[in-house]
Every structure is written in C-alpha cells, then in structure tokens.
Design a protein around this ligand. Structure first.
Ligand code: 3HC
Length: 695
C-alpha cells in the first residue's frame, strides 16, 4: 500500500508529504502517519525542523467527510494538530491549492505557514452543518482577531493567500516553488523558533473591540436556522475568555453537538449527492463532444437568458429569429442584460463588449451549419418543435447536438422524424431567468452516451447543477412539486388557508411556499399541466378545482397582478386576498366539507410525504436514477432547503416506516396517497432511500 505520508530529509529538514489523492483528505491513515512522522522527525538527530506539504493539486481539503457519522478512529484530527503544535522542532506548513477545513487547521497548528501566491485557505465546515473542530475556532482568532475569524467561519468562504497574509494567518508568500521556499525557510530556523499558535494573543490585542464583534455577530446570526453558526460565535468568544486548553474543550463539545444534528447529516449528504449526479452509466467512458459555438432558436425571455449564460461561459452564440424586427429585439435585449451588468458594476465595459462580440444574429437556418449544438426553446408545442428539428436536421453539421428545453413533451417523439436521433438530448433549465442552478438532462431512448456527456459538460461549464432525468411530465423537479401542490390543495379544501400552507413551508425552510411559487409560475400553466396529465389520474382520486376557479376570475398569478395573492406591481410581495378565500369557501360548500383546524406540523408532514412518495414513484419508474439526484434537483431547482437535505433524505431522517405509515393513514381517505411500492421494499430490508445512493 502507498504510504499516506512520505518523509524525506533535505538540508536537515524533515519533509512530510501527505499523499491521499485527489484532495489529501485527512483520513485515519493520514492522521496516524502524520503523528508517527512528527514523532520520528523529533527523534531524528539529523533534522532541525519539519515541513508539512501536500502532494498533488492541494495541501489538504480537510477531514475526510466520509468518516463523519461513523465511529471515530484514533488519532482524532485535534490530537494530530496538538501534536504538531507541541513538536519540539519547529514545524512549517507549505500551502498550495485549496487548504480547507481541517487542512487549514493543521496548518494553523504549525509554527509557520508559507503559501503559494495562488493558494486559497478557508474554514468551510459551516456548509456541512459543523464547525472547525480541530482547533480552528481557537487558533484563527488568536492570529487574526474575531472579525476575520468569524467572517471565514460563518460564511465558509475561502480567502486568497494575500488576504490571509494581511490577516496574519500566513507568514510568507512564496514567489517561486512553495516547497523549496518552505524547506529553505525551515532550514534557517533554530530550535528556539518554535512559535505555538495556542500561546499567541495577536488577535486579542483589543478585547473590547473583540467582544463588540461577537455581539454584532450574535445580532446578525441570532435568528439563523443554521445551528453551527450560533455555536461558532460561542467558540470564538470562548477563545478570548478561556485558557487555550479550555477553549479547545469548548470547541470539541460544540463540534460534537453539531455533528449529531440532522442539519449536518443533511448538508453532508448534499455534499456527496452533488458530486454523485454525474456518476451515471451513460457517462462511464464517454467523452463529451467539443462545444464552442451554440445556436439558439426560440422565444424570449428564455433565449435571451440562455444567450447571456453561454456568452458568460466563453461560448459563441448564433441567435436565430424569424424576422429582422424580432432579431433586433432579441439581440437588443441581450445587450441590455450587459448594460445592466455594467451599470451595476458587475462586469466591466470591456468584458461586456468582448462577450457581446461573440453573439451573432441570423435569420436563416442555413446560418446554423457550423454550430456544435443548437438549443431550441420554442413554446411547448410538439408540432412547432418537430418542425424546428426538421429544419435543423437539414442544415446542421454531422455530430452537432440537438437540444430541446422541453420539460413536458416526450423527447423520444421529437427524434422520430429526423435522421440523427442519437444526437438529441433534453436540457431543461429551471426557471425562465436561468437563475436556478438545476439543469435536468433528459435522456431519450436513442440518445448517444457522448451526447449525454456533452449535456453534463455544458451544464457544468455554465455553472449549473446537472441531474439526469428520464422522460416524465415536469421531469423530476416538476413532478415532485406537482405532488406537493396537490397535497396542499387537498389541505386547503379541508380547512387550511393557502397563506397558512405557505407560511408552514417557509417555516420549514423553503424559500417560497407552494402558492407563492405557483403564482410565479402561472396558474394557467398548472391547469395546462393537469390537462396533459388527466389521462393518468386515478378516477377515484380527489380533484381540487380552486386553481381552476381562480383562473376563471382572471387570477393567473403574478403576471396578471393577482393569483393566490394580489400584486400591486410586478415585483411587489403578494398580499393575502378575501376573493381567494371566498372561492375556497364556495368549493368547500359545494363538496359539503366542514373545514377543520390544520396544524403547521400536519401541513409540513403531508407535503413532505407527498414529495417523498412522488420521488419513490419516479425511482420505481426509472425516471430518477437515485434518490440523491431527486434531492439535488429539488434543492437547486425548487427552493428545497439545503440544510434539510432534499425530500428523500428528509424521509430517511423522519424514518421511512413513519412516512410510509402516514401515507397509509392518508390513503384511507384518498388513493392519491397510496405509498409507492419502493417504501415496502426498503422497509422490508431495513433500509432507507440512502441505501440506493450508490454509484
Ligand atoms: N473528504 C472526503 N472527500 C472529499 C473531501 C473531503 N474533505 N473533499 C473532496 N472530497 C472528494 C469529493 O467527494 C470528490 O470525490 P469523487 O471524485 O469520488 O466524487 C473528490 O474528492 C474531488 O472533489 P471535487 O469534485 O469537489 O473536486 P474540486 O476540485 O471541484 O473541489 C475542493 C476541490 C474545493 C477541495 C472541494 O472538494 C471541497 O470543497 N471539499 C470539501 C472541503 C471541506 O468542506 N472541508 C472541510 C471538511 S470538514 C473538516 O475538515 C472538519 C474539521 O474541522 C474537523
């Protein structure tokens, strides 16, 4: 087995190189090897100092996240850091790449830090629902003070080597080879040059200001739903108030508290879930086709947003319109996107001009003959899409990828009348503003693997979160949202108000309640979806027609100034409305329903059960590849709170048996709630959805 840490002695310096590709996570093998190597270097009379460096692309990305939630294996990372700090011979950390979390904490425990100028350092533990647990909350403020320490830990954002050096977190920035620099630096040190961070008080120089920063952070983050944020503030305060050892003990107990929370389980799940979405059979061994020039055909605002997205990512765009006026209008809109960015200071005028120089407007399909890919974003009408694909088939070069953005039409149908069905792929960008990160990559039965790989590669290049989806109305995200909306409608009929439902789901962490989201998407679109799906609806299942009645009153959502809420202007927050409640009362009356009290907990339980059940159905039908893909789709496309881990993980955390039993109870009254077969299969084997999150 390769050694986790190799040791060489150069110029009297023991060089400890961490070797755990790809990111030198500090797993048990690395920790053991580091402690052994520190001890050996201290015992070796040939060495006067020690350098710790990482092999490959980075110093270290921190603790091995995969080990959390499993029994701890000694030595713990805090012990390793303490051993480094206690080393009788001075220790220098040589940093390059991204030194994060426990990796940076290891460096902070060293007596000196030398960094490559491109290095970045950070304490991103909060993004995993935990806090720096290897001395980071105690050592960072000792060197840099409370403001910088809190900013790094509460945001999780890494900072540059320069910023870290000005904050006192890095001693020297190398202007050449960081390894050679660190060895030369270490070789110049004497034994007396040991400088334990735990004994330093640079950051405590002004204790009144320190406490003021703590108080301000408490004010700002006091209501944060992230448990770790409050605890980080407590730990940074403890750094000032307690002796170093006491502070480390305080940190340890806060770290363990965080680690046990559902939030941390959820956020760690999302970390791996996001990286797992690209691990699908089609991508094994497939090389994406090169894409540099993309054609766009379709309607605004989608094509305008897509054009800007593609230009921002360095691609060339050929925008096709049917007439000169429409073309001038569309290209003018793209220009205005950049005018806006320039006036807001987000892009320089020079960069905006460079990006716009890659945009070409054309009026004939022939002009698309050299593009590597065409994205069509025409209205959801199969005849229109088929005719567009027919034209494209006639002009595109061999190997060009044909992308449809549809979320509801069958990609397979689109391929039937063209000569290159293997080149067709769906890419559904969530939201017309293309602001949501989710891109559902829709794979048809004939889609070639390298075309799927091309879709994933493009989505990544655009900074998006691609998730594979089979063909289903609404794809993964739309189908799960539709189920939760229906569950909400049923509750409104039974006695809840739409506003109560929205408040309950916001309280649970959603960015928007289901009716706020529906108002944004358009009530008429929801009716169109229901009409498309009507043939699949179990005739014995309950149907709720409140949305239909609101549309009859001209309340189509935000775009018409009124939906479930009233909107004074396009951007104003909605206000509750009596007309809506009158419609609800009439519907209840017509069905003889006596409204009942519905609690916040019941709203949350029912909507989440409906989402997990729909997700299980999508897995049963092979639409979603694995449960964690559904979670990623919901988090990046539909405002599902990241710290809850997505609907499938939430069901696991609530207990699959509990959720299944709830569904069964609800199903006594309405077939809609019948649990998907997957529930029983998993429960029978003592498993949760997570058991299916394999690669
Ligand atoms: N533990 C375990 N695996 C890790 C890891 C970690 N800390 N960091 C990255 N990986 C894995 C990823 O899962 C991925 O595995 P895969 O190839 O099987 O999918 C592989 O390493 C490469 O990672 P990325 O795909 O993310 O590579 P990038 O180059 O895009 O990004 C990175 C590199 C910026 C280091 C990014 O991986 C990252 O942000 N990692 C997490 C850093 C972090 O949060 N550290 C804190 C850990 S918790 C901690 O240290 C607790 C301590 O305080 C006690």
């Amino acid at each position: 087995m390769d050694q986790a840490v190799t040791v060489t002695v150069e110029d009297g310096v023991a060089v400890l190189t961490i070797q755990n590709p790809p990111v030198n996570a500090l797993n048990a093998a690395v920790r053991t090897a580091l402690v052994d190597a520190i001890d050996e270097a201290n015992a070796d009379p040939r060495t006067i100092a020690i350098v710790i460096i990482g092999d490959g692309r980075t110093f270290s990305a921190g603790a091995d996240i995969d080990e959390f939630g499993k029994p701890f294996v000694s030595p713990w990372l805090p012990e390793v850091c303490n051993r480094v700090e206690a080393s009788a011979k001075p220790v220098v950390a040589a940093l390059h790449g991204t030194t994060l979390g426990g990796g940076f904490e290891l460096a902070l425990a060293a007596h000196y830090r030398i960094a490559d100028p491109r290095a970045r350092v950070g304490l991103p533990e909060v993004t995993l629902g935990i806090l720096p647990g290897a001395g980071g909350t105690q050592r960072t403020p000792r060197l840099a003070g409370a403001a910088i320490a809190l900013d790094m830990m509460l945001s999780g954002r890494p900072i540059s080597a320069d910023e870290a050096a000005s904050a006192g977190l890095i001693d020297e920035i190398s202007d050449g080879d960081v390894r050679a620099h660190a060895i030369a630096f270490a070789a110049s040190l004497t034994e007396h040059a040991r400088r334990p961070t735990g004994e330093r008080r640079d950051g405590f120089a002004d204790s009144i200001e320190y406490e003021q920063v703590i108080a301000a952070a408490r004010q700002e983050f006091g209501r944060s739903p992230l448990i770790a944020q409050g605890k980080i503030i407590d730990c940074v305060e403890a750094a000032l108030l307690l002796p170093f050892e006491g502070g480390l003990g305080f940190e340890e107990s806060a770290f363990l508290d965080c680690l046990e929370t559902d939030q941390s389980a959820a956020l760690r799940h999302v970390f791996f879930a996001e990286r797992r979405t690209a691990k699908i059979p089609e991508l094994e061994g497939a090389t994406p086709r090169p894409v540099e020039l993309v054609g766009l055909v379709g309607r605004e605002p989608m094509v305008v947003n897509l054009a800007a997205l593609l230009l921002d990512a360095g691609l060339g765009v050929v925008l096709l319109e049917s007439g000169a006026t429409a073309l001038a209008d569309a290209t003018g809109r793209v220009e205005r996107v950049y005018d806006h960015l320039v006036s807001g200071g987000n892009v320089t005028a020079h960069d905006a001009a460079e990006r716009l120089s890659r945009l070409t407007g054309v009026l004939q399909y022939d002009a698309l003959s050299s593009v590597d890919m065409v994205i069509e974003a025409t209205p959801e009408d199969m005849d229109i899409k088929k005719s567009v694909f027919g034209y494209l088939d006639g002009v595109l070069k061999p190997g060009a990828v044909l992308v449809t953005t549809t979320s509801c039409l069958d990609v397979n149908d689109l391929t039937q009348h063209i000569s290159r069905p293997q080149d067709v792929l769906g890419l559904h960008f969530n939201g017309p503003g293309a602001s949501a990160k989710l891109v559902e990559v829709v794979v048809g039965t004939t889609t070639a693997p390298d075309v799927v790989a091309t879709g994933f590669a493009l989505a990544k290049r655009l900074g998006k979160a691609p998730v594979r989806s089979g063909i289903a109305d609404g794809l993964i995200g739309g189908a799960v949202m539709a189920a939760s909306r229906h569950a909400a409608d049923l509750l409104v009929e039974e006695g809840a108000t739409p506003y109560q439902i929205d408040a309950a789901m916001r309280a649970w962490g959603f960015a928007l309640g289901p009716y706020q989201a529906l108002d944004a998407a358009g009530l008429d679109n929801e009716l169109a979806r229901r009409a498309r799906m009507a043939h699949l609806w179990d005739p014995t299942a309950k149907v709720v027609q409140i949305t239909d009645k609101l549309c009859e009153l001209g309340r189509f959502g935000r775009k018409s100034g009124a939906g479930y809420y009233d909107y004074a202007t396009q951007n104003s927050p909605g206000t509750e409305n009596d007309e809506v409640m009158a419609v609800v009362a009439l519907e209840r009356q017509a069905k003889g329903i006596v409204p009942r009290e519905v609690s916040q907990a019941e709203i949350q339980d029912r909507l989440l059960a409906a989402m997990a059940n729909e997700g299980a159905g999508l897995l049963d039908r092979g639409i979603a590849h694995r449960p964690s893909d559904i979670d990623v789709a919901m988090i990046h496309g539909h405002g599902f709170p990241r710290a809850r881990g997505g609907p499938m993980l939430s069901a696991d955390l609530a207990g699959l048996l509990t959720v299944r039993n709830r569904l069964r109870d609800y199903a006594m009254d309405d077939v809609f709630w019948t649990p998907a077969p997957l529930f029983d299969e998993l429960i029978k084997n003592g498993q949760g959805f997570d058991a299916l999150n394999t690669v």
